[in-house]
Design a protein around this ligand. Structure first.
Ligand SMILES: N[C@@H](CCC(=O)N[C@@H](CS)C(=O)NCC(=O)O)C(=O)O
Length: 215
């Protein structure tokens, strides 16, 4: 059975939502960050980066959120969470997946782990990194807002829901304590509400025992 190593609210939320959207059996394995389990020898054997998530699918051990998403959608084509291979729509899917994973998510890392980006104990520099990351995240949230405004549809790819929406939901959710949360933007606010009304998302939040505010 597929096993997802997760921690509540972490990057594991995207594959968690995708697994529930697929409606396939899987088990959740908590990586207890409060006990530094993600740096334990056993976990490092699965994911030498010591990061969450990791997915086990039979003998396959996979890390990196975007790679896990692609593996899940490719192995379950009966539930189309991505456009067909070698189509323009699939190329758009790749573009947005990489944009979320390679452009937005690393800025989140700078924001949440700003102390790691500077010399040890340099709190002033860490605050500057955090503020700069927050400003750049706001610019990218505006870009996402514009994307929705331009196509005027419900989901990242327009009319059709895809795994991208789970990824965008998670990253928008991470802005909820920032000065200008994604939920305050008209298009993204409505998108987040649409996501919250999906059973797979509600089940994910409940299973991860997350409280309000959800977004
Ligand atoms: N590029 C990785 C990043 C994963 C990542 O940064 N995970 C965070 C949680 S959201 C983590 O494990 N942090 C623990 C740490 O950095 O010590 C991915 O997408 O899987």
């Amino acid at each position: 059975m597929i096993r997802l190593h997760y921690y509540p609210g972490n990057a594991s939320m995207t594959p968690h939502i995708v697994l529930r959207e697929l409606g396939i059996p899987f088990e959740l394995q908590l990586v207890d960050r409060s006990r530094m389990t993600h740096r334990s020898p056993d976990y490092l054997k699965l994911n030498p980066n010591g990061l969450i998530p990791t997915l086990q699918d039979a003998d396959l051990v996979l890390y990196e959120t975007a790679a896990i998403v692609l593996h899940l959608v490719d192995t379950h084509p009966d539930v189309p969470l991505a456009p067909a291979l070698a189509t323009p729509a699939r190329a758009e899917f790749y573009k947005w997946l990489m944009w979320l994973g390679c452009s937005v998510q690393p800025l989140m890392t700078h924001y949440f782990y700003s102390d790691r980006m500077v010399a040890p104990s340099n709190e002033t520099a860490a605050a500057q990194v955090r503020d700069a990351a927050e400003q750049q995240i706001a610019v990218l949230m505006d870009r996402l807002e514009d994307h929705f405004a331009r196509h005027g549809q419900d989901w990242m790819l327009g009319e059709r829901y895809s795994a991208l929406d789970a990824y965008a939901f998670m990253l928008c959710r991470w802005t909820r304590m920032m000065k200008r949360p994604a939920r305050t933007l008209p298009q993204l606010g409505a998108f987040l509400q649409r996501m919250l009304s999906r059973p797979a998302v509600a089940q994910t939040l409940a299973a991860e025992q997350l409280g309000k505010p959800f977004v």
